[in-house]
Design a protein around this ligand. Structure first.
Ligand code: 13P
Length: 251
């Protein structure tokens, strides 16, 4: 069994003070996560303070993005090594909002993924089709996955997150069956490229309008290893209920 992972992606929300206040509430609400892995991705400016607030808890820290280069003249960018240095275990790579609003290509995402792995981070690679591509999900996911992982030796060090673009922030999630079908496709492609054992070890999450009510439907599926949560991660009670909807894990 793969260890369930629940990630809260705070996106462009929370000052340092607000972030610490939410972390304190989350710590109380989540308590002992029962072997499930929990990670929080605050904005860059709050990472250092959140790391301090999470000290002594099993909750991990994640970056929301990283640059593909280690260092250099890239004003405004943050490297994977810097995220590792500030205490991150994970970094989200290729989120659809980065693809859409920041013009990130599959090739740029592949470089970021390699940079993250080289820095010792576990990338959370986001894949998902737009609303106009709903009839071609298989094709889109296969292209995004295979381009991003083309030079990766150990895909089991990467977490895959299926986030259909039409489901993000819309209140209309995919069905658990649709998400499971894509998780199966991801493992089928991983098995074809790296063998069934590697495919069996790689975690596939679902993201897109996950909330406390629908989380159990996704997290109860054997194909789905966790959730990438946006809006619902900004409320401690809701987010802890999502964590509790994942199965216990004895590693
Ligand atoms: P919502 O949970 O707000 O739909 O956002 C999902 C997401 O984009 C997480 O990365």
């Amino acid at each position: 069994m793969r260890r369930p992972l629940i990630v809260g992606n705070w996106k462009l929300h929370k000052t340092v003070g607000e972030a610490i206040a939410l972390i304190e509430k989350l710590k109380l609400a989540i308590g002992d996560p029962g072997g499930r892995e929990v990670a929080i991705a605050p904005p860059f400016t709050a990472l250092y303070a959140v790391r301090g607030a999470l000290c002594g808890t099993p909750i991990a820290l994640a970056g929301q993005d990283c640059h593909g280069e280690e260092k250099g003249a890239f004003t405004g960018a943050v490297s994977a090594g810097m995220l590792r240095d500030v205490g991150c275990r994970y970094v989200i790579v290729g989120h659809s909002e980065r693809r859409e609003h920041f013009g990130e290509t599959d090739a740029a995402i592949a470089r970021k993924l390699l940079a993250a792995l080289a820095a010792g981070l576990a990338p959370i690679l986001c894949l998902g089709e737009k609303s106009k591509d709903r009839g071609r999900t298989r094709e889109v996911i296969t292209r995004q996955l295979e381009t991003a992982l083309a030079s990766v030796e150990r895909p089991d060090r990467v977490v895959i997150a299926y986030e259909p673009v039409w489901a993000i922030g819309s209140g209309t999630p995919a069905t658990p069956a649709e998400a499971a079908t894509v998780a199966d496709l991801v493992r089928e492609r991983l098995a074809a490229g790296w063998g069934p054992e590697m495919a069996g070890r790689t975690r596939v999450l679902y993201g897109g309008s996950v909330n406390a009510t629908n989380a159990g439907g996704f997290l109860g599926r054997e194909e789905i290893d966790g959730a990438l949560v946006g809006g619902a991660s900004l409320d401690a009670t809701t987010f802890s209920a999502i964590v509790e909807a994942a199965p216990f894990f004895e590693g």
